[in-house]
Ligand binder design. Structure first.
Ligand code: ADP
Ligand code: ZN
Ligand code: ZN
Length: 732
């Protein structure tokens, strides 16, 4: 028998199937070791065959099986085919998504413990017959184990004499066996009875989700109780003997959320997120694989949870950009979810207070079912959003970053003993270093993007390659000392708040302060427990956290995401404002939101301040339709990068010629097509060129043709990389 194997090497040259002589037990989905070149490497059997074109003297045999069962199910084999075709991925890169990273290469194993029990021969005997009178330690541990039955050896070693334990084992008085133990996160949280009864609105939404043949979009304002609806649907799914997947954005995987799930579903739930240790993640994954856990809760990658018989897939905060993977392997989580739902006959629900244009459009045209929760559970109104025109502040002589109104509101909030959040919109914004005299902007020599000043290290850094540069005292171009350290960053805000309110306790949350594992959870925990008065942060503070004492939210620079060169910029701004505003006044206390802007007349602010999602949607979707952007087209990009500029240019020429030939065959499908340098012309010394196109949406035939062109380019120019993106978050 011939086994067709994908080997665990990610390179376009190796992205094909290799034939090996099968060994006993190797079946579709087995993880195996195979000889490859001079060594053995891991691989996956994707099929078995009777014959091969490989000549017998060249045909090698699989070296060994790595697990006692096939690890990739038939569903995942089919999903791999689907994903490689749809997103133009290498097979091995898709397989890598299916297994916990540390499992590959056997870097992690099940944790085993030694269990000690009394050898039955000695169980009823008089210990005086085999334990010397002077050996008190042996007598003591013997009695303990005899009474307890079986005990972990590590416990005995710690609590009693390890030497005595060893002695009794060596003489056969104690026997041992090994057991696999699971490293379970949040083990301490026990299952509790559910005390919440759904409101009529929630009941109707849950029923709609569980009966709809199509995916359901759950459009519910913040605080409308969407989570309870999901929990109810998951419970029904488990009662029907099926399993469920619940996806949330990584940043909202707070201990709060995990507690909710564990207390509702106990050991039935497995948590998959980056804050767990490798061992914990591996064990949670294994519990899903073995069927001892039936609900997977996690970020994007939890869509690959090894569950069978899935009855429900929940995508919470469906508009969140983290559901689109922007680096290899690039994929769209929702489309993977739809595949798994089709395969398993499962329901899908996507929830949001600010659905993406795409999803709401699909709900309008009937591809999705729409369920609504228009009211907050506590009936509290959403906080007022007050716009402040920052241009007017400047004419009145206030050139600082806080308006008079925001300062007064902060003062009032602090005096009342409440908490405030100051939100800095970092999306698409660069805090560049500029000469005020000649306009020189400091850029990375390798990447051609603006450098950012980091106060803590007192250096300039490139955010794309991490290269560091000495801070500028004089302009390199005109020697002027008037260097402006860009726009404000969170550090500058903290500094300025400190200057105005010296006694306020402030914590900062941004990419710099949350590098380490769990850092963002620690910061949020600190703030929630009242250890600070003001939380200054970027996007990360916007996501579903509950802070009952927050009565004021200040949005320092609302416009920053508005002027970003991205068709989703306005939509993202609306979502951010609505989300950040939802942080104020969640509990008993009323909240207030102060939004500072240099474009107070932009329609996005009018709709956001009125909490008018549907008005905003109507305006925005018409603009997208008029300008031919998604969901009315797919944005596709072939990105070519190479250290050698002329190779990059030649490859791009081949790419654009190839795509033009496709466009000649399908003229009605192309709305836009052009080749150019990418906005970031160089990153890590590589020149970046792109073929950018917009095509009619969901045309698999045209996509496949474009992917074929990309493959041809990659084959013709091995030094260059060429990859494809569909509707990416970021076109830089
Ligand atoms: P959303 O996810 O829509 O923002 P949540 O699910 O966080 O809203 O619900 C907001 C609050 O209302 C939570 O504290 C939740 O426990 C509470 N809640 C939800 N449904 C009910 C209900 N039927 N009865 C009482 N409290 C509820
Ligand atoms: Zn200068
Ligand atoms: Zn750089």
């Amino acid at each position: 028998m011939i086994a067709r194997v994908i080997v665990d090497i990610s390179s376009s040259q190796v992205d094909r199937v290799f034939d090996y002589l099968a060994i006993d037990g190797a079946v579709r989905g087995s993880r195996v070791l195979v000889p490859f070149g001079a060594r053995n490497i891991e691989g996956y059997v994707i099929d078995l065959a009777e014959s091969t074109d490989v000549p017998p003297d060249k045909l090698k045999s699989i070296y060994s099986l790595l697990d006692d069962r096939p690890i990739v199910s038939e569903e995942f084999l089919a999903l791999c085919d689907y994903m490689t075709a749809r997103f133009h991925l290498r097979k091995i890169d898709v397989f890598r998504l299916f297994l916990p990273a540390k499992m590959r290469g056997d870097r992690i194993k099940a944790l085993e413990k030694s269990i000690v029990f009394v050898n039955p021969e000695y169980a009823d005997a008089d210990p005086a017959l085999f334990i010397k009178k002077s050996a008190h330690a042996q007598a003591e541990v013997f009695e303990y184990v005899r009474e307890s039955g079986s005990v972990e050896q590590s416990y005995l070693n710690a609590e009693f004499s390890a030497a005595a334990v060893r002695n009794l084992i060596s003489r056969g008085i104690f026997a041992t066996r090994t057991e696999t133990v699971l490293r379970t996160p949040y083990k301490g949280i026990v299952k509790k009875d559910n005390e919440i009864t759904l409101t009529d609105e929630q009941r109707a939404a849950a029923d709609c989700i569980m009966t709809s043949e199509r995916p359901t979009l759950l459009f519910g304002v913040t605080g409308s109780g969407k989570t309870e609806v999901y929990l109810d649907c998951i419970e029904k799914t488990l009662q029907a003997g099926k399993t469920a997947i619940m996806l949330v954005p990584e940043i909202s995987l707070t201990p709060q959320v995990m507690r909710i799930f564990r207390s509702r579903f106990g050991d039935d739930v497995a948590l998959l997120h980056s804050g767990l240790s490798d061992g914990e993640r591996f064990d949670e994954w294994r519990r899903l694989l073995l069927g001892s856990a039936k609900v997977a809760v996690g970020a994007r990658s939890a869509i690959f949870a090894p569950l069978e018989n899935i009855g429900l897939i929940v995508i919470d905060e469906e508009h969140d950009s983290s559901y689109i993977s922007d680096s290899n392997p690039r994929y769209i989580t929702r489309e993977v979810a739809f595949f798994r739902a089709r395969h398993n006959g499962a329901r899908v629900v996507m929830g949001s207070a600010t659905p993406s244009m795409e999803s709401y459009h699909a709900a309008q045209n009937g591809s999705y079912t729409l369920a609504r929760l228009p009211n907050r559970i506590n009936k509290r109104d959403m906080p007022d959003i007050e716009l402040v025109n920052m241009c007017r502040e400047a004419t009145y002589g206030n050139s600082g970053m806080f308006s008079a109104k925001l300062v007064a509101a902060l003062d009032e909030c602090l005096k009342a003993g409440n908490q405030a959040i100051l939100f800095l919109n970092r999306r698409g914004y660069s805090s560049f270093v500029m000469c005020r005299k000649c306009g020189y902007v400091a850029k990375c020599e390798d990447c051609d993007v603006s450098l950012v000043y980091h106060k803590e290290d007192d250096v300039l850094k490139c955010h794309y390659c991490n290269r560091r540069y000495a801070k500028l005292d004089l302009c390199p171009s005109c020697k002027s000392p008037h260097i402006k350290q860009g726009f404000m960053g969170t550090e500058r805000i903290v500094e300025q708040v400190n200057a105005i309110f010296p006694s306020a306790r402030i914590i900062r949350m941004d990419n710099d302060t949350t590098r380490t594992k769990d850092a963002h959870l620690r910061i949020l925990g600190d703030f929630a427990s009242g250890n600070a008065d003001i939380l200054v942060g970027t996007q990360m503070v916007a996501k579903g956290h509950d802070f009952p004492n927050v009565t004021l939210v200040g949005i320092i620079d609302a416009d920053m995401s508005l002027h970003f060169s991205d068709y989703r910029a306005v939509e993202r701004t609306f979502q951010l404002i609505t989300q950040v505003a939802g942080r104020a006044g969640r509990e008993r206390k009323a909240g207030r939101v102060i939004l500072q802007t240099y474009s107070p007349n932009h329609y996005v602010y009018r709709y956001a301040a009125a909490y008018d999602y549907e008005g905003f949607y109507t305006k925005e979707i018409n603009l997208l339709q008029a300008t031919d952007f998604p969901p009315f087209t797919d944005v596709l990009r072939l990105l070519i990068s190479c250290e050698n500029e002329s190779v990059a240019l030649d490859a791009t020429k081949l790419a654009i010629d190839g795509v033009r030939a496709v466009a000649a065959v399908f003229p009605d499908e192309f709305v836009y097509l052009n080749a150019m340098r990418a906005p970031k012309k160089r990153i890590q010394s590589k020149h970046r060129m792109q073929v950018l196109m917009r095509i009619r949406p969901n045309n698999a035939v045209v996509r496949a043709e474009i992917y074929r062109v990309a493959d041809e380019v990659a084959a013709a120019f091995p030094q260059a990389t060429c990859f494809t993106e569909i509707n990416p978050n970021d076109l830089s």
